[in-house]
Design a protein around this ligand. Structure first.
Ligand SMILES: [Fe+2]
Length: 278
């Protein structure tokens, strides 16, 4: 029978408990606790099925970056081996396809958002895939002390890259840095690429260590980089503004002044299941 608290309007009905019932021998008797049920057997953790291409990518990257440290350049044979493996990599090998939501511009306000599919990270190297909807931009940034392998898996994008200039083209003005802190850089690449392009490799001092991407169509770019960015080690990612370079004889599009703008670039990060054995 329900126990009534208060009376009349607004009363609250609660179920009666043993405590509320008249005292009796039966009620005073201590109930024996039922024996605890044995714990259920542990559920085995499912082991992900290794994907052969992902396994090869991991194994080869591990070998190439075995001795990685800031400024490290892998031996040419090792670079060729990883580049060749990436040249043959197809989207289905890494379980991505253009119909995935990360290649669509779901928010009409602001620039299309870039997603980073994070596959693996250790102090020696990391790899993942940048997913760019059409018109998405990864602004001009550096890779301090790093070697980076870049492979377009599908789509088309404009790539512009620079290396820090070792000398100025103008004998009348040999400065490599302005009083405002901009540094002279030489254009390495300024062209449109698609998945038919071979793997590009950038190095700590050359190969286009600073670059920016603009997606002409939805596109996916796989990066293997070593050693990864490390803020504590003074190797965070920096972003730059490009300012035109003027020599004494006029503009020179082969060069630009790059000034760090201390901005950040927000990407959506997605941790991917590890489909390879470390
Ligand atoms: Fe980059």
């Amino acid at each position: 029978m329900p126990l009534q608290l208060g009376g009349g309007k607004g009363r609250i009905d609660l179920p009666a408990t043993d405590k509320d019932r008249p005292s009796s021998k039966k009620n005073r008797r201590r109930h024996k606790k039922p024996a605890a049920a044995p714990p259920p057997p542990p559920t085995p953790t499912p082991t992900p099925t290794p994907v052969p291409a992902m396994q090869s990518l991991f194994d080869t990257s591990k070998e190439v970056f075995r001795d990685s440290f800031p400024g490290f350049v892998p031996p040419p044979q090792a670079v060729a081996r990883l580049a060749a493996l990436l040249n043959d990599l197809k989207p289905h090998d890494v379980e991505i396809e253009p119909s995935m939501s990360c290649f669509k511009n779901v928010d009409s306000k602001g620039p299309p958002r870039v997603t980073y599919l994070h596959f693996y990270d250790c102090p020696k190297f990391s790899f993942g895939i940048f997913c760019l909807p059409k018109s998405a931009v990864i602004p001009l940034h550096n890779h301090p002390g790093m070697t980076v392998f870049c492979k377009i898996l599908f789509g088309s994008m404009h790539l512009k890259s620079y290396d820090w200039a070792k000398s100025a083209p103008d004998s009348d003005s040999t400065a490599l840095e302005t009083s405002e802190g901009a540094r002279l850089a030489k254009v390495n690449t300024d062209a449109v690429f698609d998945a038919s392009a071979e793997t590009t490799v950038l190095y700590p001092e050359n190969g286009g260590n600073l670059h920016c991407f603009t997606a002409r169509t939805p596109c996916a770019v796989l990066d293997v980089m070593g050693p990864p960015y490390n803020r504590a080690d003074g190797r965070d990612c920096s972003y730059y503004d490009e300012l035109p370079y003027m020599s004494s004889s006029g503009g020179d599009a082969r060069y630009a002044w790059l000034k760090e703008n201390h901005s950040t670039f927000e990407m959506k990060g997605v941790q991917m299941p590890q489909r390879f054995i470390v």
